[in-house]
Design a protein around this ligand. Structure first.
Ligand code: CAA
Length: 283
């Protein structure tokens, strides 16, 4: 199946990154969000990253302009009627994703593939919201999307082989390396990563170490590029909490219980980099 027009739902940190890599691979991109200001912010982020790439000599100004011209902003889901392949990267809330998939199923042409960038909600559950469950799949990008090589691809029980193959080929076209995970809570990436981040929050909660010492141990002792608390701030503490809840609900195993301190930060609106404050402070 040939993909020419690629839709992204959500212009936030994952959505705008996905739009950027799709446009960089030569596709026409429609980037949708609920408000024009969110779309504008996403376009501005992409413009800023590309401008830095020009400064670094990684691309020319005409290449930057051509890439940006391939991304069209949208605040109407109906614009997705033009898309051959859509990735949903909206907020990690099941009800919101369900509604988006029900709407996309009505709007998109019957052959279009509907993928979700969910970090942990079961793909089969999302697919069941549509009349095309064979064309629904998980396509999980990592943050920051333009930098990270991995795309985790998650076929649900009803996902067809053709949908899996098309999605796999698309990830490769984006210059990414796909890895397949089966549809169990958290898939592979977050099943392993999030309990580690949650444990780092427990270390802070129990006073085992300061935020700086916890991150230093993992950075210098394990060669991680950033410490777990800084990484949680990058992902977003609300997203981290949502993933831990999904793991806990899905397995009913107490080892996945979210740390009360993580919940406390989320309730205070300290969500990490995006709000300027999480375990660390950001300008
Ligand atoms: N967008 C685009 N490019 C970015 C970027 C962003 N947000 N952040 C950094 N970069 C680029 C920089 O411009 C720089 O590019 P050049 O090499 O061309 O100069 C390069 O990445 C390296 O950046 P820095 O030198 O500023 O800093 P660094 O070497 O510390 O790398 C990092 C930054 C890539 C974020 C690195 O710290 C890292 O890999 N951290 C771990 C990230 C990670 O684990 N991500 C997965 C999160 S889990 C997830 O996303 C899934 C989920 O569902 C929760």
């Amino acid at each position: 199946m040939e993909i020419k027009t690629f839709g992204v739902i959500g212009a936030g940190q994952m959505g705008n990154g996905i739009a950027q890599v799709a446009a960089a691979s030569g596709l026409d991109v429609i980037m949708n969000d609920v408000k024009q200001e969110f779309v504008d912010k996403g376009l501005k982020t992409i413009g800023g990253i590309l401008a830095r790439n020009v400064e670094k000599g990684k691309m020319t100004v005409p290449e930057k302009d051509a890439l940006l011209a391939r991304i069209k902003g949208s605040i109407s889901l109906k614009d997705m009627a033009a898309a051959d392949f859509v990735v949903e990267a909206a907020t990690e809330k099941q009800d919101i994703k369900f509604q988006i998939f029900r709407d996309l199923d009505q709007i998109c042409r019957p052959g279009a593939i509907l993928a979700t960038n969910t970090s942990s909600i079961p793909i089969g559950r999302i697919a069941a919201q549509t009349r095309r469950p064979d064309k629904v799949i998980g396509m999980h990008f990592m943050n920051p999307v333009p930098v990270m090589k991995l795309v985790e691809i998650i076929p649900g029980l009803p996902t067809s082989e053709a949908t899996l193959n098309t999605t796999w080929a698309l990830a490769e076209k984006f210059g990414k390396t796909p890895a397949k995970a089966n549809d169990y809570p958290g898939f592979i990436a977050n099943r392993i990563l999030l309990p580690m981040l949650n444990e780092a929050v427990y270390c802070l909660y129990h006073g085992v170490g300061t935020r700086e010492d916890i991150d230093t141990v993992m950075k210098l002792g394990m060669n991680h590029p950033m410490g777990p608390l800084a990484l949680a701030d990058l992902i977003g503490l609300d997203t981290c909490l949502a993933i831990m809840e999904t793991l806990y609900d899905g397995f009913k195993d107490s080892k996945y219980r979210p740390c009360p301190l993580l919940r406390k930060y989320v309730e205070a609106g300290w969500l990490g980099r995006k709000t300027g404050r999480g375990f660390f402070e950001y300008k």
